[in-house]
Design a protein around this ligand. Structure first.
Ligand SMILES: [Fe+2]
Length: 228
């Protein structure tokens, strides 16, 4: 992705979050120079990969296949002394903008429609070989059980949420014609390096072509710009 595209998406995100009065931590607005000045004091943010996360999953077409996320809090599976066993994200999902089919080996997550349009989620049980099973899928929508056919879809209206246990394949997008969706995620610890299994291989973090200075660093970019 081009840096200018990422900067434009960041500006859009600020405006969208503001529409729903969703406020971000102070460091969401930091510039690369602010990060460098904060140094080791912000090490939890850096090590737990908090903050801005924009991906086109390697598609080259963010609006068709892509996702903007902001990780508000997270633990660290690699650190046995870390007592934070939970994570929270907020995401912006546009109409018909796909997050491809995937499951998490360990992470259990609630995906929440916080406002805006409707969120469509496609569901498949996984097989022992990480394929898609043809069995019905039992899920919990806000604590109420529902069963859908293999590959079936549920639509979450604002206020609704779904619980996704480990190894349950899910893909999601905003319903056509109903607007961009403000999506929340409350989960166990998130580790994008080891815990995601995409049904078809994708690029999780984009290579960035630098055509203008970064407005904010993405969560994968802190180490390169921080001292020791
Ligand atoms: Fe997921």
């Amino acid at each position: 992705m081009r840096r200018s595209e990422i900067n434009a998406l960041l500006r859009d995100a600020w405006a969208f979050f503001d529409t729903y009065r969703f406020r971000l931590p102070e460091w969401a607005a930091w510039t690369p120079a602010d990060w460098a000045a904060a140094g080791a004091a912000a090490s939890e943010v850096v090590q737990h990969h908090l903050g801005w996360d924009i991906t086109d999953f390697g598609s080259g077409d963010f609006l068709r296949i892509g996702l903007l996320l902001f990780t508000v809090r997270n633990g660290d599976l690699a650190d046995p002394t870390c007592r934070k066993t939970y994570a929270e994200k907020v995401m912006i999902v546009r109409e018909e903008q796909l997050t491809p089919l995937h499951f998490h080996h360990q992470k259990m997550e609630d995906i929440i429609n916080r406002g805006g349009g409707d969120l469509v989620i496609e569901l498949w049980n996984s097989t022992a070989g990480d394929g898609c099973a043809d069995t019905p899928v039992r899920v919990s929508i806000d604590g109420v059980e529902r069963t859908v056919e293999a590959g079936g879809r549920v639509e979450l209206r604002p206020g609704q949420s779904i619980t996704l246990p480990p190894r349950l394949y899910h893909a999601f997008w905003g319903a056509e014609g109903r607007g961009t969706v403000l999506v929340g995620e409350v989960s166990s610890v998130n580790d994008d390096a080891t815990d995601n299994r995409f049904y078809e291989p994708v690029g999780r973090f984009p290579a960035i072509a630098e055509d203008e200075p970064p407005l904010h660093l993405l969560c994968t970019e802190y180490p390169a710009l921080l001292p020791g």
